[in-house]
Design a protein around this ligand. Structure first.
Ligand code: NAD
Length: 493
């Protein structure tokens, strides 16, 4: 029998089966189809997941449309904001449980789920609930002839399609502004990480979200819940985070009904280290920007460029510190790196390590499974040198704990290399020369540039990628530019 997480807990059932959450009710697929959910740290099946398709998506979209024109619309924005805040409160109150589920699904260390994924998910709701209450619009007077003012209206029913690397954090980064702007949502969680999304249905209900406002349909992408959502004629917009290649497929599907699109896609981000930077500080942060979350963060700086005078010194220290990172059981607090998300992804990342060898690269750290671990998709943090920009390992997104380190001799040269990619998500620059920092940051083709830091986030700032790393921006007012329609009203005086 399929159980919801809530009833599972009440009945102390020791498995993690996931149902869809449609119109305020947990339910199986009409055809009872399911797929297995595997814990990547142990390779054990931890439960089954209902697999949705056209029928479930259609029910979810209909429920979302009813709720959009019903209870959600009839609330004041203050009432909606209070409910959204409450979702954040409940997430915080259930932090331990959510962190455990996130770690079971992804293989990431539990301390990381506890320190980042879950509190940040709660903060997404708190932030956007507050932000919407203070958000203004434009007004233009035409002397005494007329006045123009803009009002914000919801876009409608929005499809939210999510990746597996930061499952709840990225889902809530979309859902919070989507709800704050008065829309209703149909969520398609990543098939590899359904647990926290499933629990979110129950949390929304407890917070007072009316039935049908938030719907969750599990499944895969092509010929499954994902494509059914992007093809559905009554979905007004799609917010998608995932691979660039998937983005292209979704754009084709969404073009049939001209859906509004927001895209956060892949990256191959440069981490540029000039010789005047403080090497110890650089290494401390570069360990994180390379290997945190097993390197499965779209913002990870996987192409490291080091100015020649400090290249050897940097490399020696970086390699030594990397070898000290403990890889292992994500529930062990001393593990710094957990398991990769799935067997398929593990094979893919390993194939890039083999390719690096074929392309003439030298592996200075990692490149293999940690010794003594038989089960689970573990890989040691890997540092590769000896490759140049013509190599696929330097060009393609690997999305694992694998970095390349390349020396450079001039600012012009490193800029040319850094920009030699069709990605443009983020970049990091290390220098104590303020003028150079400003100059290089201005010329890097990336939507987000950090100087002497990494992953420092202010949710009011524009977040997103240039080139094939994305379309549009999220964060602060930028999220509301996507999740609302601005309507200009011109009154003749
Ligand atoms: P993915 O593109 O394989 O899948 C993402 C989601 O899209 C999943 O829910 C999947 O089921 C769905 N999907 C797949 N094919 C689909 C289709 N044809 N129609 C509709 N839905 C479909 O990506 P992933 O492997 O889950 O995530 C890793 C990728 O996400 C990396 O490229 C990473 O850089 C990117 N990412 C980007 C950001 C960002 O903010 N820019 C953040 C996190 C991850």
């Amino acid at each position: 029998m399929l159980l919801t997480l809530d009833s599972m807990q009440k009945n102390k059932v020791n498995n993690y089966d996931c149902l869809h959450f449609i119109d305020g009710k947990y339910q199986a697929s009409k055809n009872e189809k399911t797929f297995q959910n595997i814990n990547p740290a142990t390779e054990e099946v931890i439960g089954t997941v209902a697999e949705g398709g056209k029928s479930e998506i259609d029910r979810a979209v209909k429920a979302a449309r009813r709720a959009l024109n019903g209870p959600w619309k009839n609330m004041t924005s203050a009432e909606r904001a209070a409910i959204i805040r409450r979702i954040g409160d409940i997430i915080l109150a259930r932090k331990e449980e959510l962190a455990m589920l996130e770690t079971l699904d992804t293989g990431k260390p539990l301390w990381l789920s506890n320190a980042t994924d879950i509190p940040r998910s709660a903060y997404n709701f708190h932030f956007f609930a507050d932000y919407i209450r203070s958000l203004g619009t434009e007004a233009y007077e035409m002397d005494d002839i007329a006045i123009n003012y803009a009002v914000r209206r919801p876009v409608g029913v929005v499809g939210l399609i999510n990746p597996w690397n930061l499952p709840l954090l990225l889902l809530t980064w979309k859902l919070a502004p989507c709800l704050a702007a008065g829309n209703t949502a149909v969520i398609k969680p990543a098939e590899l990480t359904p647990l926290t999304a499933t629990l979110l249905g129950e949390i929304c209900q407890e917070a007072g979200v009316p039935d049908g406002v938030v719907n969750i349909v599990h499944g895969f992408g092509p010929d499954s819940a994902g494509s059914a959502l992007t093809e559905h004629p009554d979905v007004d917009a799609i917010s998608f985070t995932g691979e660039t290649t998937t983005g292209k497929v979704i754009m084709r599907a969404a073009s049939e009904t001209l859906k509004k699109l927001s895209y956060e896609l892949g990256g191959k981000n440069p981490n540029i280290i000039f010789a005047d930077a403080d090497v110890d500080e650089v290494i401390e942060t570069t360990l994180k920007s390379s290997f945190i979350n097993q390197g499965e963060v779209c913002l990870c700086g996987s192409r490291i460029y080091v100015e020649r005078p400090i290249y050897e010194k940097f490399l020696e220290k970086f390699v030594n510190k990397t070898k000290e990172l403990k890889v292992g059981d994500p529930f062990d607090p001393s593990s710094k790196v957990g398991a990769l998300v799935s067997e398929e992804h593990y094979e893919r990342v390993n194939s890039y390590i083999e390719l690096a060898k074929e392309e003439g690269g030298e592996i200075l750290a990692g490149g293999k499974r940690p010794e003594g671990i038989e089960k689970g998709y573990y890989l040691e943090p890997t540092i590769i040198v000896g490759l140049d920009r013509s190599c696929r390992v330097v060009k393609e997104e690997i999305f694992g704990p694998v970095v390349t380190v390349i020396p450079f001799d001039s600012e012009e040269e490193v800029l040319e290399q850094a920009n030699d990619t069709h990605y443009g998500l983020s970049a990091t620059i290390w220098t104590n020369d303020l003028r150079r920092a400003h100059r290089v940051a201005g010329q890097i083709e990336a939507g987000i540039v950090w100087v002497n830091t990494w992953f420092l986030r202010d949710l009011r700032t524009p977040f997103g990628g240039m080139k094939q790393s994305g379309i549009g921006r999220e964060g602060g007012v930028h999220s509301f530019e996507f999740y609302s329609e601005l309507k200009n009203i011109c009154i003749k005086l």
